[in-house]
Ligand binder design. Structure first.
Ligand SMILES: [Zn+2]
Length: 651
């Protein structure tokens, strides 16, 4: 695979795909999908573009759908004061100038400056009717408060999301942030324009100056030509057939704005290059026809995969494993990124994570010492725990049950901005990930009785390393009298949690062949217990502290039961929240927006209709070291009210 996967061909596919403005459920996305379908066909692989209905009110599992959208124009002019007249934004010059899914508009409006527009107090005494707000605040929040509640007609944002330690907005003064509206039905649709931090700073200064001088307000003229219609959301599906109806799935999201290269033309292009390579090797006879089929899916992120899975439920049990490629082409020096392999959470422990880690290690060696001996990583890579937010989080839901690690590069200095462009893509990185993905797919497509023991050894040895890391860390903290350090009881719980995780991961190898893995499971347990016993006297023993508090009590009293497969993201249901629910959601969301990607999904993964929310919080804390009781109780109450999850109470 390493000899045949071409990073340069993959980079050419990135360039081609990046030319399309690939917003989910749009005609241009369909064109990009068609481009990819033609490439598969050219490689000699049967491919199709599947269209699923895109209209408001449709749910694919827990994922609400919106209408198709198309825009032909989006221009914002500063018209008052006349001496400052200029064009501020133009969708046809820069696709990110407009919020995707902006509603049509034609007219002039005063611009009102809001610092971030997230708090009700900021709106006191303001008349926003028919006006446009300039803000750096959260899109959904500003829409709700400024547009829905105060009658503003549009939003201008100059926010550029900070990535701590890597990107301050002023590092990219001319960049535009990627912004979209998601209209699920019932909202007051509006338009939005995006300014760079530099342009935003100028406009802010002008507005403040006019205010200070008591002069008439700044006005803009906005034109948005766009339309919504019931249409479809498209998924590209291609298959190298196997000798059985089982499948290994390679997956990438094809969506995102024109120009966006690493996110995720890189993943889609790598999928194409893997398909080309594997099919060529099979056609020339170097590789045999695989035992299982290899399916390639290029989807609109989350929603497109949810639509595909919800419409192909009967094929899910035949998917023995998958791999998600999301942002894989980064030039690490330019982007400040690290190649990460995101593992499944403990609720769906499986063999696939360790397999990918091994393949990444094999393909990432580079540096040796002066004598040419030894080898170190030639590229930055790391294994990270579950954080959600991409397509794998649908597949690794135990209710779906398909092992699916993600290869990603994070953080990326240019992420979700107009500066995520082709020159940030490194062909050698595409080749590396392509080699890993091709090997993973072909290996698993053929893996059987012979491969199970090797894979079991791989999982077992990495288990031992993980146990050793845990105990070593506990001893270090205890020796340093770290107050946050672990006492013996807590350490024992964490070791046993890891032990159970490995036992389940080993059991999952039996998806490949019916081989007895109990010897490896036995060894995994004995090793963990042995280490625990060996260091027992090196860590302190202290009396247990029970979890207490209002949220803990409520958490202990409710048991969630799932009503559909796959995770449910509360953010997609803001339009159905009452004012009271929304304010409560906003408070927990504000506290830690990132947490709302991972924890609600992790809660649902553990929800088996038996465990109460507090027990689930315990499990999540064992895995992540963090407790998110208030967030998770809030989610459960909300889901229950929306009919997405059913709650029963424990006595
Ligand atoms: Zn993205």
């Amino acid at each position: 695979m390493q000899e045949r996967v071409s990073g340069h061909l993959a980079r050419n596919y990135v360039a081609e795909i990046a030319r399309y403005h690939r917003i989910q459920a749009t005609p241009q996305f369909r064109e990009a999908a068609e481009y990819c379908r033609e490439r598969f066909e050219e490689f000699g692989i049967r491919a199709e573009v599947l269209g699923f209905p895109a209209r408001e009110g449709t749910l694919y599992w827990g994922w609400p759908m919106f209408q198709e959208w198309e825009a032909s124009e989006g221009v914002l002019h500063l018209i008052d004061p006349p001496e400052a007249k200029k064009k501020l934004a133009d969708y046809n010059e820069a696709r990110l100038s407009l919020f995707q899914r902006s509603a049509p508009f034609q007219g002039e409006a005063e611009v009102v400056l809001l610092e971030d527009g997230e708090e009700w107090a900021e709106y006191e005494g303001l008349d926003l009717k028919g006006k446009v707000v300039l803000t750096r605040g959260d899109r959904d929040r500003v829409h709700r408060l400024a547009v829905e509640k105060h009658g503003a007609v549009g939003i201008i944002t100059d926010a550029l999301k900070e990535l701590p330690g890597l990107r301050h907005p002023m590092d990219l003064p001319d960049a535009l942030q990627y912004n979209s509206f998601w209209w699920y039905g019932g909202e007051t649709k509006c338009f939005g324009f995006v300014l760079s931090p530099k342009e935003g700073a100028r406009l802010r200064a002008l507005i403040k100056q006019r205010q200070r001088e008591g002069k008439p307000p700044v006005r803009v003229q906005a034109t948005v030509n766009s339309r919504f219609s019931d249409g479809q959301i498209d998924v590209v599906s291609a298959l190298i057939p196997g000798q059985t109806d089982e499948e290994v799935v390679l997956l990438a999201h094809l969506c995102h704005p024109q120009g966006a290269a690493n996110d995720n033309a890189s993943g889609s292009a790598t999928v194409l290059e893997v398909a080309r390579t594997v099919q060529a090797l099979i056609s020339e006879g170097t590789l045999g026809q695989p035992r299982r089929g290899i399916r390639f899916l290029l989807v609109p992120e989350m929603l497109g995969l949810a639509a595909y899975l919800a419409n192909n439920e009967s094929s899910i049990p035949r998917m023995i494993a998958a791999l998600n490629l999301d942002m894989v082409g980064e030039d690490q020096d330019l982007c400040g990124s690290t190649m990460t392999i995101e593992q499944a959470p403990a609720s769906f422990a499986n063999f696939a994570d360790d397999l990918v880690v091994r393949l990444v290690e094999e393909t990432s060696t580079g540096a040796t010492n002066f004598a040419g001996l030894g080898s170190g990583a030639g590229v930055r890579h790391a294994t990270t725990s579950f954080s959600g937010g991409s397509d794998h989080c649908l597949l690794i839901d135990p209710s779906v049950g398909v092992p699916c690690p993600m290869i990603n590069q994070w953080p990326d200095k240019f992420y979700h901005t107009s500066t995520d462009t082709l020159e940030k893509v490194d062909p050698s990185q595409l080749a590396r990930v392509g080699t890993v993905a091709a090997t993973y797919a072909y290996f698993l497509a053929n893996a059987g009785t012979e491969e199970v023991p090797w894979l079991a050894e791989e999982v077992l040895s990495r288990h031992k390393t993980r146990i050793l890391a845990l105990t070593r860390d506990a001893v270090t903290r205890a020796t340093g009298n770290d107050q946050q350090g672990e006492d013996a009881a807590k350490l024992a719980r964490r070791v046993r949690f890891l032990e159970e995780r490995t036992v389940r991961a080993l059991a999952s190898i039996r998806r490949l062949a019916d081989v007895d893995v109990s010897a490896w499971q036995q060894e995994a347990r004995e090793f963990a217990e042995g280490e625990l016993g060996r260091i027992a006297n090196l860590v302190p023993h202290s009396p247990p502290k029970p979890q207490a508090g209002e949220w803990e009590e409520e958490a202990a009293s409710i048991v969630p039961r799932r009503l559909c497969p796959g995770p449910v993201d509360p953010k997609n249901f803001i339009n159905r929240m009452s004012d009271e629910e929304y304010e409560r959601w906003w408070r927990v969301y504000r506290e830690s927006p990132e947490a709302t990607y991972a924890y609600p999904a992790m809660l649902l993964y553990w929800a088996d209709g038996q465990r109460n929310v507090q027990e689930i919080c315990d499990l999540i804390e064992l895995e992540t070291g963090k407790r998110a009781t208030e967030l998770l109780v809030t989610c459960c109450r909300l889901w229950d009210r929306l009919g997405l999850v059913e709650l029963s109470t424990t006595p």
